[in-house]
Every structure is written in structure tokens, then in C-alpha cells.
Design a protein around this ligand. Structure first.
Ligand code: XUL
Ligand code: CO
Length: 441
């Protein structure tokens, strides 16, 4: 039985901003929540969120060995009581860290029961403690979601399963997860593809599976209206893992799917860095694609490893990456419902509870530094000016006529016959621009 833990992190004081010269590993060097940047506090720009699944449920196992995580507050059972106790530990951690938000899957916070009814009851019992702890600390729910991929029933997918009963189970699970997210005042609800994809086309009716996925999302849209949930729905792209081909493979594929099935007005995207790189894109690319469709909602902040080809979900520490993310977020005018959600895990070798603090402090500092750098680049203005200038031929003359739809093929030909040849190109100046960015890093 779990000991009623008074304090799981008794030796850790609330993490404070001590500035870039501090040598204290349990202090922020860059994240200064109240500091105003571009008219808004750092806290409001970044809206940091801790994920329940990696930070409190990941045993740190890998395909070659058992979990290494030392979590002294765990009693080793999958009981509701242990789950309720863990909630208190989680909130102590988040409170000391100073994270304003968290995110969870239904099955991270409460154990799965033998039946749907039991699972729902377990979730209610734990959600009660989540509610109390949110109330006590002021920490809010960024988004909730349902785990539709761990249980063996989901081996062939959930909404895209060949087994209609599995769809019905998944729909019931999403219904309950949405209700709990709503009760806890969640600002969003995420649909990550889980096992919605295929392992081989020999056994797959892809069109039928995609129709079913859209059906589940339409049901969710209807139910959202029914219960009056005002949070934002997100789709989270990922190209592979666990399936060979995930249907929500990247931002462009998700946007196309949402448009095709008349769902675009109801969803935004939750982009994850390691998913972008698995898809062969940079995070900046995925963010730009989404911003172009007015569909960037939130980000799962992590990073992969350049030498490992899988979803390592490491904490982000690279200032170039966080600068690019923050340039995109500032460009879109900031988050509304979304935030910087650390869908990241400590590595198997970092198994002590204190490593959870080091990891989050590093990620928060990296994003705070990225925010400062991005704001400085914007204030300097040379980067923006360069891009503006690069397209200046579109601001007048034939360019303006084409852009506004007032020029036909005939007009283009007439213009070019008279001019004889196109104006000379100018250099793209990539090296100059890379040097310019380095001035700020
Ligand atoms: C899996 C992943 C998920 C989603 C939520 O790669 O990113 O944790 O963020 O289901
Ligand atoms: Co994620």
C-alpha cells in the first residue's frame, strides 16, 4: 500500500530564476516567468506543460532491458489508491517547477479496469484528486486525451480497426476522456493517431479505415457540442511508430484529411518535433505549413537524436531549434489555447527523481532563451527585411497583377514579349543569413 507521501521532493525548493551566471542546477538561467517580452510575460508566451505519461508513468525501459526509473512514491500496484497518491506527487513536482499546465491520457492517470464501466469509475476516482490538486495549486490542464493504443484490443488500430466492436470501445473511451477533460477545465483535447495506420496493405482497406477515422472525429465534434466543451481539438501528426505508416503522417497530410472530410474548422494541429523529423521535415517546416493554413494550435516540445532513427522524445536543449520554434510562434501572434508541452522523457540512464527536474529546467530554459533570441531577431529586423525585399517584385507591376488574379497568360506573354527577358535573379544569401542568426545565438 502506498505510504501517504508528505513530500516526494522534500529537498527541492521551488525553482527560481537566478539568471545566466547562476551555477545552481536547480535554478532557471533564462526562464524568468514575469519578464515582459514583446508586451507579454514569458509565462504567457510559453505556457509550459508537463506530460503525465513520460514524467510520472514511464518506467524507462527499452527493447533491451527493464525499466530503471526510481520512483519511491510508487507502491508497485496498479491500484486506484496508488494512482491517487501519484497525482499528489505530480502536482508537488509541477508546483515546485512552476509549470502552469499539464497534459494526460486517461490511462496514465487511472488504471484500466476489467470492463469499460470499471475503467470509467477508476478515472472518476482519480479525476477527483486531479480536480482538488488543480484547485489547490492553480495548475491547469492544457489538454486531455485517450490512450487508444496500449491495450491489446487496439492491436489493429482503434477508429481504423477491422473490428467494429473496437471502434465502439474507442468511441466510448474518447467520450469519457472528453467528459473528464471538460470537467477539469481542459483548454484542449488531442487526437494522436496511436495505431491508426497499417503494417501491410495486403490486409488493409485504407479508404474504409480513413472513412472510419473521420467518422470517429465527427462523432467527437458532435459530442463536444452536446456537452458544451469549448476546448480546442488537436490532431497530432506522426509518420511512423508504432505502425509502418501512420495515417496522420505529417502536417500537410493531416490538413488534407481534415479538408477532405469537412473537419478543418473543428481542428488545429499539435506538432511534435521528433515526429516532424521522423517525417523527414524540420519542426520549422511543419510549423510554417500549419501557420499557412491558420491551423497551428500547440506544440509537443522535444527532440530526436541525430544518430538514432526512432522517436527518442528527448528534452529540447538546442537553442537553434527553440529559436526557430519561437520565431514561428511569435510570427503567428502567440498561442491561444496551446502551449509548449514537454512530450519528452529522461533517458534510461537518468533514473533518479531529481533528473526529472534537471530535464524540465533544461527544456524550459532552452525555450526561454529561444524566445529571447527570436524577439531580438525580430527587433533587429534585418531577417524580416531581407525576406520582404526578396519578394519585392511582387509588390508592384506584373507581380502585383498576377498576385491579385488580374493577369492572364496573354498578359504575361504581352509583358514578356515587350521586356524581352526576365529581370536578373539576386542571391539567396543563405550563408549571410546563417551568420546573421549566429549573431543572436
Ligand atoms: C506519441 C505521442 C503521444 C501524443 C499523445 O508519439 O507523441 O504521446 O502526444 O497521445
Ligand atoms: Co506527442
Amino acid at each position: 500500500m502506498a505510504k501517504a507521501v508528505k513530500s516526494a521532493f522534500a529537498k527541492v525548493k521551488p525553482i527560481a530564476y537566478e539568471g545566466p551566471d547562476s551555477k545552481n542546477p536547480l535554478a532557471f538561467k533564462h526562464y524568468n516567468p514575469e519578464e515582459i517580452i514583446e508586451g507579454k510575460s514569458m509565462e504567457d508566451h510559453l505556457r509550459f506543460s508537463v506530460v503525465y505519461w513520460h514524467t510520472f508513468r514511464n518506467p524507462l525501459s527499452d527493447p533491451f532491458g527493464a525499466g530503471t526509473a526510481l520512483r519511491p512514491w510508487e507502491d508497485g500496484t496498479d491500484s486506484v489508491r496508488n494512482a491517487q497518491n501519484r497525482v499528489k506527487v505530480a502536482f508537488e513536482f509541477m508546483e515546485k517547477l512552476g509549470a502552469p499546465y499539464y497534459a494526460f491520457h486517461d490511462r496514465d492517470v487511472a488504471p484500466e479496469g476489467a470492463t469499460l464501466k470499471q475503467s470509467n469509475r477508476n478515472l472518476d476516482l482519480v479525476a477527483k484528486v486531479l480536480d482538488e490538486e488543480q484547485e489547490r495549486t492553480g495548475i491547469k490542464l492544457l489538454w486531455g486525451t485517450a490512450n487508444l493504443f496500449s491495450h491489446p484490443r487496439y492491436a489493429h488500430g482503434a477508429a481504423t480497426s477491422c473490428n467494429a466492436d473496437v471502434f465502439a470501445y474507442a468511441a466510448s473511451q474518447v467520450k469519457k476522456a472528453m467528459e473528464v477533460t471538460h470537467e477539469l477545465g481542459g483548454e484542449g483535447y488531442t487526437f494522436w493517431g496511436g495505431r491508426e495506420g497499417y503494417a501491410t496493405l495486403y490486409n488493409t482497406d485504407m479508404k474504409r479505415e480513413l472513412d472510419h477515422l473521420a467518422r470517429l472525429l465527427h462523432m467527437a465534434v458532435d459530442y463536444k457540442k452536446k456537452i458544451g466543451f469549448k476546448g480546442q481539438f488537436y490532431i497530432e501528426p506522426k509518420p511512423k511508430e508504432p505502425t509502418k505508416h501512420q495515417y496522420d503522417s505529417d502536417a500537410a497530410a493531416c490538413l488534407n484529411f481534415l479538408r477532405e472530410y469537412d473537419l478543418l474548422e473543428h481542428f488545429k494541429l499539435n506538432l511534435e518535433t521528433n515526429h516532424a523529423t521522423l517525417a523527414g521535415h524540420t519542426m520549422a517546416h511543419e510549423m510554417d505549413v500549419s501557420i499557412g493554413a491558420n491551423a497551428l494550435g500547440s506544440i509537443d516540445a522535444n527532440t530526436g537524436d541525430a544518430l538514432l532513427g526512432w522517436d527518442t522524445d528527448q528534452f529540447p536543449t538546442d537553442f537553434y531549434l527553440t529559436t526557430q520554434c519561437m520565431l514561428a510562434i511569435l510570427k503567428m501572434g502567440g498561442f491561444t489555447t496551446g502551449g509548449v508541452n514537454f512530450d519528452a522523457k529522461v533517458r534510461r540512464e537518468s533514473f533518479e527523481p531529481i533528473d526529472l527536474f534537471h530535464a524540465h529546467i533544461g527544456g524550459m530554459d532552452a525555450f526561454a532563451r529561444g524566445l529571447r533570441i527570436a524577439a531580438a531577431i525580430r527587433e533587429d529586423g534585418r531577417l524580416e527585411e531581407f525576406v520582404k525585399d526578396r519578394y519585392s517584385s511582387w509588390d508592384e507591376g506584373i507581380g502585383a497583377k498576377i498576385e491579385s488574379g488580374k493577369a492572364s497568360f496573354d498578359d504575361c506573354e504581352k509583358y514578356m514579349l515587350k521586356k524581352g527577358n526576365a529581370a536578373k535573379n539576386t542571391s539567396g544569401r543563405q550563408e549571410y543569413l546563417e551568420n546573421l542568426i549566429n549573431e543572436f545565438i
